[in-house]
Ligand binder design. Sequence first.
Ligand code: 3PG
Length: 215
Amino acid sequence: FPDAMLQRIQSCGVVAVIVIDKPQDAVPLAQALLAGGIQAIELTLRTPAAIEAIRAIASQVPEVLVGAGTVLTPEQADEVVDAGAAFAVAPGLNRRVVERCQARGLPFAPGIVTPSDIELAVELGCRELKFFPAEPSGGMSYLKSMAAPYAHLGLQFIPLGGLDAGNMGSYLGSPLVPAIGGSWIAPRKLIQQQGWAEITQNATEASRIVAATQN
Ligand code: 3PG
C-alpha cells in the first residue's frame, strides 16, 4: 500500500466491511459511515450490486477510501480497478489475484491465518495482510505469537472476522495493527433497512474506541 493510503487507514483505525444489495444504497451508506468518522470501506464482491456500489462511492464520496473485498479471481481484480477501487482484499491468498493486482497497480492485502500464509504473501511482495478470521483463530495473542518471527519485515496486519465494539480494543494499540475491521458497523440487514442513523451510531462508537487507544 502506498504510505499515504496506509496512513489514512491507520488514522481512521476501522474498516467497515459491507455486503450491499442495492447500488442506490451505496452513497447514503458511505455518508452515514463518514458521519460517524469511518473513512475506509471494504465493499465485498458477494452481491451483484457490489461493482456499481464501488463505482458510486469512488466517484461521489471521495472522502471515503473504498476498497473491494472478496476479490477471488484476476478478472475481479480488473473489474474493481475499472470501478475505481482504491485497494483490494480477499479472505485468502491467491497467487494469480496478487499478481494481477500488482500488474494493475492495485494495492492488495491477502488474507492470512498461518505462518505459511505469511511466508507466501511475503514472497509475493505483500506487506499489508488481512488477519482473517481473527477472533475464532485466537485473536491478538495468536497474532502476536504468529507475527513474532517476522518482526524485522515490518508487516502490517488488519484483523477481521468476529470483531465488534466489545473486542476490537484488544487489537488496537499494537504496532502490528494499523486498523481493524468488520461487518458489525453496517450489517447487511441494517443496510437493507436503510438504517443510516444506526450505522452512523455504530461508526461513532467504533471511532470513539479507536480514539481512546490512540491517546
Ligand atoms: C470479511 O470479509 O472481512 C468478514 O466478513 C468480516 O468478518 P465479520 O463479518 O465477522 O465482521
